[in-house]
Write a protein that binds this ligand. Structure first.
Ligand SMILES: [Zn+2]
Ligand SMILES: [Zn+2]
Length: 263
């Protein structure tokens, strides 16, 4: 016999989330919540933010919504949430859908975020496949603002679109239990951007870029380091002669320069 208690009546909600909600691991987060509360439906990015359709028993749906607001990923900033009641469709399972490109653009673009402790650990672990890979990132860290060409935030709308994911990165990207699940700028030494050291004419020098650049700096030379946001001109700050040359080239006689020190 079928008997529906009050709390077991299925309901379906369209939940719209606005704010800094793209590029911060929001979709994987919603996916994990749906699994946790046994809610079906989908999540996707659109130009306004994140859209969720969630279906489940009343109590579970409310718990899902509460957790969505209270446990949002650390890099996100939820500005507001709208909930609309829909007729239940009897859907099974929860999916991350392709982004919707239409609509008014309201979503806020997150900033680039410094490498997180988990990624740093991998970068310094000789047994890790990202050992010493400078472009290591995950859903919680890495470039965002600088690489985004258009929204919604998806790899084809970033400068990473030129880099085809290798099978191993693809596996991480598609695995809901992986911390790189849907990390759009995912990269590794196999498939991501590579470091390259060239001379002043752009001719590749073919040696290990990091140790070679360090050697050049110690030798009193000026190195232009291309980062995400442009070029940094670097030299040994304790070497008066090279600092003088840098000031000369920059035409910057007295204005202070930024100095980097360890820790
Ligand atoms: Zn990370
Ligand atoms: Zn890869």
């Amino acid at each position: 016999m079928l008997s529906w208690g009050l709390e077991s009546v299925p309901r379906r909600w369209r939940i719209r989330v606005y704010g800094v909600v793209q590029g911060v691991g929001f979709r994987p987060f919603v996916y994990a919540l749906a699994e946790r509360f046994g809610v079906s439906g989908y999540v996707r990015n659109d130009p306004e933010g994140v859209e969720v359709e969630a279906e489940g028993e009343d109590g579970k749906l409310e718990a899902f919504l509460r957790a969505l607001k209270e446990e949002a990923p650390p890099l996100s900033q939820v500005e507001w949430v709208e909930v609309e009641e829909l007729p239940p469709l009897g859907t099974k399972g929860f999916v991350i859908r392709r982004s919707e490109g239409e609509g008014e653009r309201k979503v806020l673009v997150p900033p680039d975020v410094a490498t997180c402790p988990d990624c740093l650990r991998e970068m310094f672990d000789p047994s890790d496949r990202r050992y010493r890979y400078p472009f290591t990132n995950c859903t919680r860290c890495g470039p965002r603002y600088t690489i985004i060409l258009s929204l919604p935030y998806d790899r084809p709308n970033t400068t990473m679109r030129k880099f085809r994911m290798c099978p191993e990165c693809r596996r991480e990207y598609e695995d809901p239990s992986d911390r790189r699940f849907h990390a759009q700028p995912i990269a590794c030494p196999e498939c991501g951007p590579k470091l390259l050291l060239t001379d002043g004419q752009g001719k590749p020098l073919g040696r290990d870029p990091i140790s070679e650049a360090a050697r050049m700096l110690l030798e009193g030379r000026i190195v232009a380091i291309k980062g995400l946001g442009g070029f940094h001109l670097a030299c040994d700050a304790t070497d008066e002669e090279v600092v003088r040359r840098l000031r000369e080239r920059k035409g910057r006689e007295g204005k202070p320069l930024a100095v980097m020190v360890r820790d």
